[in-house]
Design a protein around this ligand. Structure first.
Ligand code: SAM
Length: 245
């Protein structure tokens, strides 16, 4: 079985190791790079995700590929002391940085940290009211398996939100964005994190990721119903939503 790691064709069993290298390498600089590369706009994309989640006090939330914990912290505020927030990620370095950050925010004790692969989530079926995956799905080798596993882990009536880079809807925006991604991004990666390779992977993996309609179809095939999406920043990012009814 072959798959892609950015623009490289690799054997499916090689991909997770390569993705792991990227996130071990970027973990320490992850938050600052996010702010720099997106001009802080990732905060707005995440805020919109929380708004669209419809989450209420007392609910159970899983943020898979949660990394350094931006969404987990926001959801913790929404669900309150009677709710539950689980931050799961496959990468120990990202989890460690996330845990430190949430400790500093004083909420780490109220959030569960789990090292897990999105393809085979270690939770009982029907555990969560809401599952989110932000900028994570494109790194997952078997995306269909991951979507099925998320479907299983949701309660009936629960929803999945997938926040991910997508396809810009306007041609001129697309051109500027391409230039930015393949020249400035790796350069910033080199200057700030001394790692241009990881940021080239970032640009390439975004180009290889399924577009809005394709991802919606994948969610439907995994069992999700009433699937829709919102383009953000001209489709540079899209927020997909689907329900387990
Ligand atoms: N969600 C965070 C955010 O929005 O800032 C972090 C996103 S970061 C770009 C992608 C994360 O996906 C990394 O922390 C990485 O370790 C994680 N990841 C990659 N493959 C994964 C998998 N198969 N299962 C779970 N997490 C995975």
């Amino acid at each position: 079985d072959v798959t892609h790691f950015g623009y490289q064709t690799v054997r499916a069993e090689e991909k997770a190791g390569k993705v792991a290298e990227v996130f071990h390498s970027v973990a320490a600089k992850y938050d600052i790079m996010n702010d720099l590369m997106s001009f802080g706009i990732h905060r707005l994309w995440k805020r919109f995700t929380v708004e669209m989640s419809g989450v209420r006090p007392g609910q159970q939330v899983l943020d898979i590929a949660g990394g350094t914990g931006d969404l987990a912290r926001a959801f913790h505020r929404e669900v309150g002391p009677t709710g539950r927030v689980v931050l799961a990620d496959i990468n120990s370095s990202m989890l460690a940085v996330g845990r430190d950050k949430l400790l500093d925010s004083g909420v780490a004790g109220q959030i569960e940290f789990v090292q897990a692969n999105a393809e085979c989530l270690p939770f009982a079926p029907g555990s969560f009211d809401l599952i989110t995956i932000a900028f994570g799905l494109r790194n997952v080798t078997d995306k269909d398996a991951a979507l099925r596993s998320m479907y299983q882990s949701l309660k009936p009536g629960g929803r999945l939100l997938v926040l991910e880079f997508s396809k810009p809807v306007l041609e001129p925006l697309s051109k500027i964005y391409d230039t930015y991604s393949f020249t400035l991004l790796p350069l910033m990666g080199k200057l700030v994190a001394n790692d241009s390779e990881s940021y080239r992977y970032l640009a390439e993996s975004i180009r290889m990721h399924p577009d809005q309609e394709t991802l919606k179809g994948m969610m439907e095939r995994a069992g999700f119903e009433r699937c829709d999406y919102h383009n953000l920043t001209g489709g540079i990012v899209a927020l997909h939503r689907g329900f387990k009814l």
